[in-house]
Design a protein around this ligand. Structure first.
Ligand code: ZN
Length: 136
């Protein structure tokens, strides 16, 4: 499970930190102790920047970095499509791998039920932000 991609992305500092004038959402994975605050800046229906703060295991950190790298510059419809495909991937269902790029390298996570929540923490936090936008 701990492949090179995860180790590299877990250490990445580029997307770590606080973003001012952005939407913020906290997320917690109690089963592992992972915590994240996700910051997303949206302009004209597009994610123009994103960062996160938090602590957690290598999988949760790598997943957050990989997610942010893949959503910056995308419009919200594309982001929702990526999210849907990520959820299908971890359920072991058919998904569009060309939409996910490097994220597919973490597909193995579906075989580790205890770690799926680590992987999904950042995505579930993003999902909350998207839902809040829709209901506001
Ligand atoms: Zn974890």
């Amino acid at each position: 499970m701990y492949n090179e991609l995860i180790m590299d992305y877990a250490k990445l500092q580029k997307y770590k930190g606080k973003l001012e004038d952005a939407l913020a959402q906290e997320g917690k994975n109690l089963s592992c102790g992972d915590e994240i605050t996700l910051y997303v800046k949206i302009e004209e229906n597009k994610i123009v920047d994103a960062k996160f703060e938090g602590i957690g295991c290598a999988i949760s950190q790598a997943s957050a970095n990989l997610m942010i790298e893949n959503i910056i510059g995308k419009n919200l419809d594309d982001v929702k499509m990526i999210l849907e495909n990520v959820l299908l991937m971890v359920k072991g269902e058919k998904y569009e791998s060309d939409k996910l790029g490097l994220i597919t390298k973490m597909e193995d996570i579906k075989n580790y039920p205890m770690r799926i929540k680590c992987f999904l923490l950042s995505w579930k936090t993003l999902e909350l932000i998207l839902k809040n936008i829709e209901s506001s």
